[in-house]
Design a protein around this ligand. Structure first.
Ligand code: PHE
Length: 342
């Protein structure tokens, strides 16, 4: 009797440990344990060897053993057909665990908006490194060493190599595109730039720009103006007025800054436009002949225009953000408020 008990316990263990990979193995299980010449049958046959005073007890035990085998068989059958597993039932009709969907960063949204407008005019997107050499960030852009205009942008230099800087504008990518020598060029260069400025609600040590470059034969200032008019109308609406103010950039000649009528007050004067009715949105100009020759492009054959604008400021105005620092603090309560598609 003791031997039978031990034997049954062993058999149960073996059945529990058995896992069927497919229906064929379930059938093998059935034949081995529950078949006409299976183990359960032969264990039942042990009944005749049990002492008469323990027959009742043995009968219960053997019945229970048989049920155990049958139940295990049903479980394996169900698991193999993918409906149920031991101790774990899978109800495919239950609702799934919700996966919270992220949202795009407001700077990305604004960047995509700007890029998509110029893409409709045939501008392609180019990117370049954020750690730049002096040539691409300054030299090639008509800013030789000691040029006073280098002070216009407070530059972060890289200690290990005085020739390296964190790019102060995406104009460096213009140079990289021009150096490739494939003309005409109609490119947009979005990216992050760095300047050594005190971090406050209105300025930061890094921010984002989108710059554009168009180089071909016979490109004129009129092309520049029409391109930017189109951009402004798409971006700020048909009623927005535009004005160009003469300005200075070493890499463009002539240079201008472009203002639009304040999109908050419509031009009547408010805090955003400092009561002037105008908001400056970008710098632009005709690419300086020196810049073209620095990149191996013949300035007698080709002309071009370039423009550059910040992304944060229009994003602040569009989304009503009053502190620049919010853009880089990664506070989810701030970030999850921007859910629109582009
Ligand atoms: N690179 C200039 C800036 O960062 C912007 C600019 C780009 C101006 C292209 C003119 C032409 O301020």
């Amino acid at each position: 009797m003791e031997q039978l008990l031990n034997q049954i316990a062993e058999y149960k263990k073996e059945m529990s440990a058995f896992a069927a990979a497919d229906e064929k193995q379930v059938e093998e299980f059935r034949i081995k344990w529950l078949g006409t010449r299976g183990i359960v049958k032969s264990v039942m046959g042990e009944m005749k060897n049990v002492a008469p005073d323990r027959k009742k007890e043995a009968g219960q035990l053997l019945n229970e053993f048989k049920q155990f085998a049958e139940l295990r068989f049903e479980e394996l059958k169900a698991a193999a057909s993918g409906v149920m597993e031991t101790g774990f039932s899978l109800d495919i009709s239950l609702p799934g665990d919700p996966q919270p969907l992220g949202s795009r960063h407001p700077v990305t949204l604004m960047r995509n908006r700007i890029v998509s407008i110029f893409q409709r005019l045939g501008f392609a997107v180019a990117e370049g490194p954020e750690i730049e050499d002096d040539w691409h960030n300054f030299g090639a852009l008509n800013l030789p060493p000691h040029h006073p205009a280098r002070d216009m942008q407070d530059t972060f230099y890289i200690q290990q190599n005085p020739d390296w800087v964190l790019r102060t504008h995406t104009s460096s990518v213009q140079i990289r595109e021009m150096e490739k020598g494939k003309l005409p060029i109609r490119m947009l260069m979005p990216g992050r730039v760095y300047r050594n400025e005190t971090v406050s609600a209105r300025s930061h040590c890094f921010f984002h720009q989108v710059e554009g470059l168009y180089i071909d034969e016979n490109v004129s200032f009129a092309d520049l103006k029409q391109t930017l008019y189109f951009f402004v109308k798409e971006m700020y609406g048909k009623d927005v007025k535009v004005r160009f103010r003469p300005s200075y950039f070493p890499f463009t000649e002539p240079s201008a800054e472009m203002d639009v009528t304040c999109f908050i007050c419509g031009g009547s004067g408010c805090n955003i436009c400092k009561k002037t009715g105008w908001v400056e949105i970008l710098g632009c100009g005709m690419v300086h002949p020196n810049v073209l020759s620095n990149c191996g492009i013949d300035p007698n054959k080709y002309t071009g225009f370039a423009f550059g604008m910040g992304i944060e400021r229009p994003a602040m105005l569009k989304y009503g953000v009053n502190d620049l620092r919010l853009f880089s603090e990664n506070d989810v309560r701030f970030l999850k408020q921007f859910t629109s598609a582009i």
